[in-house]
Design a protein around this ligand. Structure first.
Ligand code: FEO
Ligand code: CA
Ligand code: CA
Ligand code: CA
Length: 619
């Protein structure tokens, strides 16, 4: 009905239809270009991209794979010159190494790597994979012809899965993170599976470690040693000796930076092996994009889980810093951190994130909610219940939230804050395993294939408060399966499923990105009606939603930001072609042509979107 989605004036573009094509589609009057595709050089002697054939040493100076969270840091406030920081969540080895021995015809599994005859991995392949993870920082500038280009700059760098990183906050120096590399428990190497991101009020980049557990193997259990420690087991560290997502611990050389992904007990003490290495992952990591010499820092007070991303509440001078993060796994939680110290413009830096209180959310069925403190002595977090101190609580954040009785959610993904109202939005992407008996008001569907977006608000927009009120902004789906907060439903121009990326821009347009998985043209299943993954824009006040962008085969649409003037937008397409079969791969068909469309392997990339009339994106 017309009442369902009143025209708002906030959304000025003509919506695009559901797409089944291997293309990028933007609204009439809009155009796009590719920027910063995987393999593009950014540093060193700028080694050229060679599809499927680059070396590890080259990849260390090239943009990584599987772009996700992204931010544009203006240089001197410019909307035409800035530093991009972009996450690389994981890799597709068959595309990364397409022209190397053992990869032709390899199984169509994004984890699958070629082992040598001795069951070991080629070191240069491992070096390349490690370098293709993490975060790329590079300068980009608008050229005279209006296009954007990667520009060589001393600030361009990679923070990869081996880069030295400081551990800060309550877990620093604790026994939980003592390793052979860092016997005093103050450092580790690398950041892993960087999904979404955050931007601090002091203009640094935060990257979130999501599915890091899959990179480790701990064979203690199969070796009849004690059961896996809870800080491994609760997060899903594998007990398979071949486990570890890409088998980095099987590197032929036995190099220390690779064998550490085997977290089994080998030495006489934790300082002699890597039994604790997984405890150094699952954190929010701070990177200063403007200082290439600054060591990144893991901020442990924000908790350890499958961090999707992190989003800050608007800062208030003289008040604590508040930020939110979701744990993207089925039946996991939404968290909030409130700093002990207060925000002082020009003085506050990342160290304010090292002391404060972490909370987990409880969503009551009556539309109220409360934040449960995960702190020593509160909500059952006592030594008698197995929580020795704050470091123990933080390393075992999921168990602490279990103990506190937080609400088990349908996979919390990105969050964002509406700058107009201070309301917080979170995407709950889906949860096919929720049963009817597990349904509650905030997770209202059993077998939830389509997801929903929750939002909450505080009295006096005070984000430090322990209580809040919430509602569901939209229950996603098609005409027959969706519901908007205003009583309407989605239609041809707005149907979508599996919200993941969320970003409310300065004009209050709420951008919604979908991740329905590796959807290709041959997909048959409950998500078929939604076509390829897409991005939509919503008016948070009226509920109007319009489809803005559709992407190529196999990708998910993830990561969105504009320049300060709102006239240039950066959006990522992750893992194009991921749905492709082993048979097609063996025949040299890669599931998608994006972005080169020249018969070479597909690769993740950023697209830059502008308007032909130079106007504000979405208006
Ligand atoms: Fe990496 Fe939860 O998406
Ligand atoms: Ca995501
Ligand atoms: Ca997702
Ligand atoms: Ca993904």
């Amino acid at each position: 009905t017309a009442l369902a989605q009143p025209a708002s004036g906030l959304l000025g573009f003509k919506p695009v239809p559901v797409s089944m094509d291997d293309t990028v589609v933007v609204p009439e009057g809009y155009r796009f270009q590719i920027l910063g595709a995987a393999g593009e050089p950014i540093s060193g002697d700028m080694p050229a991209y060679r599809p499927g054939a680059n070396t590890g040493a080259e990849q260390e100076h090239q943009i990584g794979q599987h772009h996700d969270g992204i931010h544009f840091f203006p240089i001197d406030g410019s909307s035409e010159d800035g530093l991009i920081a972009v996450n690389h969540e994981y890799i597709e080895p068959r595309f990364l190494h397409a022209d190397k021995p053992g990869y032709k015809g390899i199984a169509a599994d994004d984890n699958f790597v070629a082992l040598d005859a001795d069951g070991k991995r080629d070191d240069d392949e491992v070096r390349m994979e490690v370098a293709a993870h993490g975060v790329s920082v590079y300068r980009t500038t608008r050229q005279a012809d209006g296009t954007w280009a990667v520009v060589a700059d001393p600030r361009n760098r990679k923070v990869a899965a081996v880069t030295p990183i400081e551990i800060a906050g309550p877990v620093r120096g604790s026994s939980h993170v003592v390793t052979k590399f860092s016997p005093d428990g103050t450092r580790t190497r690398g950041t892993l599976n960087n999904c979404a991101h955050g931007v601090t009020p002091w203009n640094t980049y935060l990257t979130a470690e999501e599915n890091w557990a899959g990179y480790f193997a701990n064979t203690d259990q199969v070796d009849q040693k004690p059961d896996l420690p809870r800080e491994h087991a609760r997060y899903g560290v594998s007990t398979n000796p071949q486990g570890g997502r890409y088998g980095w611990h099987l590197a032929k050389s036995g190099a220390d930076e690779y064998v550490r992904f085997d977290a089994s007990t080998k030495g006489a003490s934790a300082a002699e092996d890597y039994r604790n290495e997984p405890n150094a992952f699952g954190w929010i990591v701070e990177i200063d994009p403007f200082d290439p010499d600054a060591t990144p820092v893991k901020r442990t007070a924000l908790g350890r889980f499958a961090h999707e991303g992190v989003v800050f509440a608007p800062v208030v001078e003289g008040a604590p810093i508040v930020c939110y993060s979701g744990d993207d796994a089925r039946f996991e939680y939404v968290y909030k951190f409130v700093s002990d110290a207060v925000y002082v413009p020009g003085q506050t830096d990342g160290s304010i994130l090292d002391a404060g209180t972490l909370y987990a959310a409880k969503f009551n069925d009556d539309g109220t909610g409360e934040w449960l403190a995960l702190a020593p002595g509160r909500n059952g977090l006592t030594p008698a219940n197995g929580f020795a101190d704050l470091a123990d609580i933080l390393v075992n954040t999921r168990l602490a939230a279990d103990q506190a009785g937080a609400t088990k959610m349908d996979r919390p993904e990105w969050g964002t804050v509406d700058p107009g109202t201070g309301e917080v939005y979170f995407a709950l992407t889906n949860n096919s395993r929720r049963t009817q008996a597990q349904v509650d008001a905030v997770n209202p569907r059993a077998g939830n294939n389509f997801g929903q977006i929750v939002r909450w608000r505080y009295a006096n927009t005070d984000h430090t408060r322990a209580s809040f009120e919430w509602d569901l902004f939209v229950i996603a789906g098609g005409k027959a399966t969706s519901a908007l907060f205003n009583g309407g439903a989605l239609g041809d121009d707005s149907a979508f499923a599996c919200p993941d990326g969320l970003w409310c821009d300065d004009n209050r347009r709420l951008w919604i990105q979908t991740d329905m998985g590796d959807i290709g043209p041959d997909y048959e299943g409950p998500l078929k009606e939604f076509g390829m993954n897409a991005m939509l824009a919503a008016d948070p006040a009226t509920g109007e939603i319009r489809r803005f962008l559709t992407g190529p085969w196999g990708q998910e649409t993830t990561g969105v930001v504009t320049t300060p003037d709102g006239r240039t937008m950066f959006v990522n397409f992750q893992h194009p072609g991921a749905h492709g079969s082993a048979e097609d791969f063996a025949a040299g068909k890669y599931g998608s042509g994006f972005p080169d469309y020249d018969g070479s392997v597909p690769r993740s990339a950023t697209v830059v979107i502008t308007r032909e009339d130079g106007g504000v994106i979405g208006a």
